[in-house]
Design a protein around this ligand. Structure first.
Ligand SMILES: *Cc1c(COP(=O)(O)O)cnc(C)c1O
Length: 383
């Protein structure tokens, strides 16, 4: 048993290490052939004719997506209050305003039945977040979007390889889907992200804005009479490209995505069984036949539990178990609270959940003995 069981741990194998070394030896460190390979492989993995655009983070990808969709000052984008700040901050990058919606307590996903009430004449888009790796009610969200002519950008930072009604997230009818490969995510490149879309114009804009607004596709470099060093800047773009070092990790992590998911699902399944008699609410399960990525395993302490959530986490930490909280909802952070005058009563479900939720350790390298220890300690703490 390790001295401390962390909350999350990446799973990097020899294949990833060799590929990174190969990149280092090749002399090509930044965006190059490995990034292109990762993009092609990712697009094939999602299927449905999507294009994949590699970026240096999901935050960058979400920013590019909203920019490409024309979101600008004064526009409104509807999203969940129960998310990481990155989801909402990219809306502010463009001078637009997030409009936060409460969650469904069981799934911790945006409550789709509350979205229509949040729509105003300024609403331009909806950004659902597949919290923890469980798909949102995308049928309702896409129907609302279509009815009100809104764009949909899925924050799929947790959602590879999550499915909804049998289809991988990323292959649904939304405009753009963005994944994160941050160190703790289900597939990891340290820092990194991927944006997928079926719309060629959005793809083109995101590619241009990903690298300084440079457009190299405006002319054919091989048949053009322009020299190979020539390029045109068509917009004040960003510096959001992925490095080949990161892509080297991504190529092999993606190959393992389904295996890694099965390992996570096995851990989740054991928690589901062995914690079922305790005074806590287990995470919602996916619909029959669908895949939960199990990026997070979030329990909610029952009202009957006397120990506070913070104390529960402290007690587990004292026994060498690293828990976390996902998330402190955005309406409790000073910036969001004060900028938009948000209060607890605006989001009763998220406010309630925020006091009771705990993310338990879940990562593929967790041993059976580790999990036995975690389950034992939780049992002792709650009974
Ligand atoms: C991790 C995360 C992001 C940001 O991902 P980065 O790759 O770190 O930029 C965005 N949204 C959610 C819900 C996340 O968990």
């Amino acid at each position: 048993m390790p001295e401390f069981i962390p909350f999350a741990l990446p799973d990097i194998g020899e294949e990833e290490i060799s590929e990174v070394v190969d990149s280092l030896r090749s002399g090509w460190l930044t965006t190059g052939p490995k990034t292109k390979r990762f993009e092609q492989y990712f697009a094939d993995f999602i299927g449905s004719g999507v294009e994949a655009i590699a970026v240096n983070s999901a935050t960058s990808g979400l920013h590019l997506a909203l920019e490409a969709l024309g979101i600008g000052p004064g526009d409104e984008v509807i999203t969940t209050v129960h998310t990481f700040t990155a989801t909402a901050e990219v809306i502010r990058y463009l001078g637009a305003n997030p409009v936060f919606v409460d969650i469904n307590l069981a799934t911790l996903n945006i409550d789709a039945s509350k979205i229509e009430a949040a729509i105003t004449p300024r609403t331009k888009a909806i950004m659902p977040v597949h919290f923890g790796g469980l798909a949102c009610d995308m049928q309702s969200i896409l129907t609302i979007a279509q009815k009100h002519q809104l764009k949909v950008v899925e924050d799929a930072a947790h959602a590879i390889p999550t499915t909804y009604q049998g289809k991988l997230i990323g292959s649904l009818d939304s405009d753009v889907t963005v994944y994160s490969f941050y160190a703790t995510k289900t597939i990891a490149t340290g820092e990194g992200g991927m944006l997928v879309t079926r719309n060629p114009e959005i793809a083109q804009r995101c590619r241009t804005m990903r690298l300084h607004g440079i457009n190299r596709d405006a002319f054919d470099r091989y048949t053009s009479t322009k020299p190979s060093w020539y390029y045109e800047v068509v917009a004040p773009g960003f510096k959001y490209n992925m490095t080949d070092v990161a892509a080297s990790l991504g190529i092999h992590q993606l190959k393992k995505a389904k295996t890694l998911q099965q390992q996570r699902a096995a851990i989740a399944n054991r928690y589901n069984i062995e914690l079922s008699d305790l005074p806590l609410h287990l995470p919602a399960l996916p619909a029959d036949g669908d895949i939960h990525s199990w990026h997070l395993y979030v329990i909610r302490l029952a009202d009957s539990v006397q120990v506070s959530r913070n104390n529960f986490i402290e007690q587990l930490a004292a026994k060498g178990i690293g828990c976390s909280v996902h998330y402190i909802p955005l309406h409790l952070h000073p910036y969001w609270r004060d900028t938009y005058n948000l209060c607890l009563e605006d989001f009763p479900q998220a406010s309630y959940a925020s006091e009771r939720i705990v993310s338990l350790p879940i990562y593929t390298k967790m041993t059976e003995a580790d999990q036995t220890h975690i389950i034992e300690i939780i049992n002792k703490t709650l009974t």
